[in-house]
Design a protein around this ligand. Structure first.
Ligand code: C2O
Length: 536
């Protein structure tokens, strides 16, 4: 194993997309930001220097951070933000993981432009459990607003209404040749006939799950969220914000240009958004002006196409990479997740009320100092440990006449003892409307053991759980009007955020944290904070 040093200068950069320019927050002046490369078992040190007027923090999405919660990154959860002019070194070791992940800003809406890929190669000499591709390419999907994204969210918070949807989706930073600003072209994926490419696809969009496909080419899925899956071939994948998917593509069409496309997926769309980002797969020897083979992406609400992909995902579960699904359940938790309404006399629109979101009826209130610091130094009054393991009362969660459920505000965490096994059912609610929620858990991978539509039935549904080879991941799409069940082992001491990875829902309060107690053995307790940990 090696120690790898990176320097992330957070700087403003005037950037032009959709034929207009605006200053954006970037790492090292790049959008998307630089890819971080490491091998399994390496230690990574990233010095983040804040040169902008915003507070910043960076999250290494999907990195387990075993005992290194101080390096996880969510602002006010594991650290105070890095203030303007300050810096902080994120120091973590990559243990038992290989594959594709992403890093992104974890404060306000800055991750719209502050994000990049993480590529974790297997240990030296260890092959992939699939044929070695001839080449590898990181493909980052994103969103672009013509106006400043912080302004977009601040306006929404003031009005109490939903923020504007983005003006474009992007593939490696570009809306692509079919956008309404064609002069900027788009990302070009250069291939040679007969060769196989591994695309490391990352969804870094703020608010959109996305379909992804390539005209004339099948995708062989081999990995999601840095865990290997049983390979399968498919035309279209779906990927939620925070998720990653590695696919193999064989360039077997001889020559030509083929459209690469990404467009929104939403089960029950509230806002129509059909903007497609495009890029070009380009065979070597093909003339630049030759026509591109077109493909259309599925309609926004094409749930069967999404499910076709999601239901095909299985852990590789080989001898070398076994699926270690917890067999026993120490904590059986049932969390309702969804939208709600709270009074807001100061909101300019919305008739004195605002849209909020919550888990088990709790709208999470961000603290003003980091929870992990408060926990470690035993600071009183920052959070309470009464996060409910069940909703306050049972109702028809996915009913068409939703219960009127005003949420309560609080900075509540749910306490787990070290190594406890957890089964968590995430139930979408129809309060206001059913919506997709990609839920991300920090600090752990979990197994997605079950999924269904309607209300979860604790008598019948567990009989259908897959405890053999369920997919292992860190971000899971809860279907609109349905539920998913996950299991994980709380083998990582610290405070771990869990939230919807649609930034608009996080902003509205769809978040909570697990507190895993300091144990007594050497692996069970958190290490002391680094000296340069930012102060609030
Ligand atoms: Cu990728 Cu807490 O986020």
């Amino acid at each position: 194993s090696t120690v790898r040093h990176y320097k992330f200068n957070v700087v403003m950069k005037n950037t032009s997309r959709l034929c207009s320019a605006k200053p954006i927050v970037t790492v090292n002046g790049r959008f998307p930001g630089p890819t971080l490369y490491a091998r399994e078992d390496d230690t990574v040190l990233v010095k983040v220097v804040n040169h902008v007027k915003y507070n910043i923090s960076i999250h290494w999405h999907g990195i387990r951070q075993l005992r290194t919660g101080w390096a996880d990154g969510p602002a006010y959860i594991t650290q105070c933000p890095i203030q303007p002019g300050q810096n902080y070194i994120y120091n973590f070791t990559i243990t038992g993981q290989r594959g594709t992940l992403l890093w992104h800003a974890h404060i306000l809406w800055l991750r719209a432009t502050v994000h990049g890929g993480i590529v974790i190669l297997p240990k030296r000499g260890v092959p992939y459990p699939f044929p070695k591709p001839d080449n590898e390419v990181v493909v980052i999907l994103g969103e672009w607003w013509k106006s400043d994204t912080e302004a977009v969210i601040n306006e929404a918070l003031k009005s109490g209404l939903a923020p504007n949807v983005s003006d474009a989706h992007t593939i490696n930073g570009h809306p692509g040749p079919l956008s309404n600003c064609t002069s900027q072209g788009g990302f070009k994926l250069s291939v040679e006939n007969g060769k196989t490419y591994m695309l490391r696809i990352i969804n870094a969009a703020l608010n959109e799950e996305l379909f992804f496909k390539i005209a004339g080419h099948k995708l062989t899925v081999v990995e999601v969220d840095a865990t290997y899956v049983k390979p399968f071939k498919i035309d279209t994948i779906v990927i939620a914000p925070g998720q990653t998917t590695n696919v193999l593509v064989t360039a077997n069409q001889g020559s030509g240009k083929y459209m690469v496309a990404a467009s929104p997926f939403m089960d029950a769309p509230i806002a129509v958004d059909n903007i497609t980002a495009t890029a070009t797969l380009h065979y070597s020897g093909t003339l630049a002006n030759s026509p591109t083979t077109f493909t259309s992406t599925p309609p926004q609400n094409a749930t069967p196409i999404a499910n076709n992909f999601i239901d095909s995902l299985r852990s590789l579960n080989s001898k070398k990479y076994p699926a270690k699904v917890p067999r026993t359940v120490g904590h059986s938790l049932f969390f309702t997740i969804g939208l709600g309404i709270n009074p807001c006399p100061t909101c300019k629109a919305g008739n004195g009320s605002r849209v909020v979101a919550g888990i088990n009826n709790v709208t999470f209130v961000m603290p003003t100092t980091a929870l992990l610091q408060a926990h470690f130094f035993k600071t009183k009054g920052v959070f309470t440990t009464d996060f409910p393991g069940n909703p306050p009362f049972a109702f028809n969660y996915t009913g068409t006449t939703p219960a009127s459920l005003q949420t309560t505000n609080g900075t509540k965490v749910y306490r787990l003892s070290y190594n406890a096994t957890v089964q968590l059912v995430l139930q979408d609610t129809g309060i206001i409307a059913p919506e997709n929620h990609p839920i991300h858990l920090h600090g752990f991978n979990f197994f997605a053991i079950g999924k269904g539509l309607g209300n979860y039935n604790p008598k019948k549904d567990p009989k259908k759980f897959n405890l053999i080879d369920p997919v292992e991941r860190n971000t899971i799409g809860v279907p609109a009007g349905g539920w998913v069940a996950i299991r994980f082992q709380a083998d990582n001491p610290g405070v771990w955020f869990m939230h919807c990875h649609l930034e608009v829902h996080t902003t509205w309060g769809l978040k909570m944290a697990f507190l895993v107690d300091n144990g007594k053995g050497p692996n069970e307790s958190l290490l002391p904070p680094p000296k340069d940990l930012p102060k609030c």
